[in-house]
Ligand binder design. Structure first.
Ligand code: NAP
Ligand code: F7E
Length: 346
């Protein structure tokens, strides 16, 4: 008998990779979609169109703000595993819409857990927790499962609630609930409002003559960037263990946004030469002198997470999980994909 999985956030970056992984393992996969004025299923259309998965892949209208809907879906689908990936996931945006972020990214999680507890508490539950919980205070790096939390955005505060309610349902009701504390993971399916994809898409447009330069915020922030495809494997592994637990997934490597910009331009044979500091810092093509990168304070955040560097030792030891794609390979995968969109359009 195939296992049945229910994924919230199935139309997002991770939901799309996780769907592919579970379908490859012969799961029946269900997910919720919100009603959009446009389709909203771009990242999973290739699965919907694939005949091999007809009768295996199902979408249902749903929303994390609607507990009746979530309860009805858990009852109808009767999943073995629930992957709680849906969220207002953009940190910068969470400062603009803090209450909505709390409602979806925080309270949404307990709506799902309560539905599971009431209908079948044996269902296994994965919560998409985040390295943003740590807050990136330099003295805490590298960050592991035992590092204290210090959330620095409405997003991270909402995720802190979700982290602890996931632990609480494990401790209170003996439910199989796990937190994956995932450091940044990226891909060609990353939303274009996250810095890595913003950079690779902009470079593709610059090379096609459709954009002049990239405007960014804090170039000094350091992130531990991995490939999303590697990370969904870790999510699945957490739910296959004998006992539920919480795990960090990370690469153990950190780079500044500035280094990401340099490495990405390097892939298209452009060396960036930096001049100026702070808001006046600018990146020029070393060969032609053309301005390619500048700083726009509108992308600064009221509070920044300066340094994220994860220690994935526990996941490597207990789950046998290891990231496969390197920093350089990740950038190449993302750039190749974005460049292909503009090929021949110059
Ligand atoms: P993403 O691409 O932004 O996807 C978010 C998903 O949540 C989308 O499917 C979105 O649906 C859905 N969603 C948003 N609000 C919803 C609501 N009210 N009801 C139902 N669905 C809703 O995020 P991701 O990068 O795949 O990340 C997946 C999860 O991991 C998120 O919880 C994120 O916070 C967390 N996380 C991500 C990272 C990372 O580096 N990517 C690291 C740590 C943790 P629409 O398509 O309709 O908008
Ligand atoms: O920012 C800086 C920005 O928005 C990375 C989410 O998946 O990972 C993600 O959150 C860094 C920050 O991701 C721009 O200030 C500079 O320091 O790509 P990001 P994030 O905030 O790290 C965590 C783990 C999650 O859980 C979240 O869901 O880059 N930065 N200039 C910029 N960031 C953006 N977005 N845009 C800029 O122009």
């Amino acid at each position: 008998m195939s296992k049945v999985a229910f994924i919230t956030g199935i139309t997002g970056q991770d939901g799309s990779y996780l769907s592919e992984l579970l379908l490859s393992k012969d799961y029946e996969v269900h997910g919720i979609i919100r009603r959009h004025s446009t389709s909203g299923t771009e990242k999973i259309d290739h699965i919907l169109d694939d005949r091999r998965f007809s009768g295996k892949f199902f979408l249902h209208y749903g929303d994390l703000t609607d507990s009746n809907n979530l309860t009805a879906l858990i009852r109808k689908i009767s999943p073995d595993e629930v992957y709680s990936l849906a969220a207002q996931s953009n940190v910068g945006t969470s400062f603009e819409i803090p209450e909505y972020t709390a409602e979806v990214t925080g309270v949404g999680t307990v709506r799902l857990l309560e539905a599971i507890r009431q209908i079948n508490p044996k269902i296994k539950f994965y919560q998409a927790s985040t390295s943003e919980l740590f807050g990136g205070l330099p003295e805490t790096a590298p960050q592991s499962e035992t590092t204290p939390f210090h959330p620095r955005s409405p997003y991270a505060v909402a995720k802190l609630y979700s982290y602890w309610i996931t632990v609480n349902y494990r401790e209170s009701y003996g439910m199989f609930t796990c937190n994956g504390i995932l450091f940044n993971h990226e891909s060609p399916r990353r939303g274009t409002d996250f810095v890595t994809r913003k950079i690779t898409l902009a470079i593709a447009k610059i090379m096609a003559g459709k954009q002049e330069k990239i405007s960014l915020g804090n170039l000094n922030a350091k992130r531990d960037w991995g490939f999303a495809g590697d990370y969904v494997e870790g999510m699945w592994r957490m739910l296959q263990q004998d006992k539920p637990d919480d795990y960090v997934l990370a690469t153990g490597e950190t780079h500044t946004v500035r280094e990401f910009v340099e490495a990405a331009f390097n892939e298209v044979d452009i060396k960036i030469e930096w001049k100026g500091t702070g808001v006046d810092e600018k990146g020029y093509c070393a060969k032609t002198g053309k301005l390619l990168v500048d700083v726009d304070p509108k992308f600064f955040r009221p509070a920044e997470v300066d340094l994220l560097l994860g220690d994935p030792t526990k996941a490597e030891k207990n789950l046998g999980w290891r990231r496969k794609v390197s920093f350089k390979e990740l950038i190449k995968i993302m750039l190749d994909s974005d460049m292909a969109k503009y090929k021949g359009e110059i």
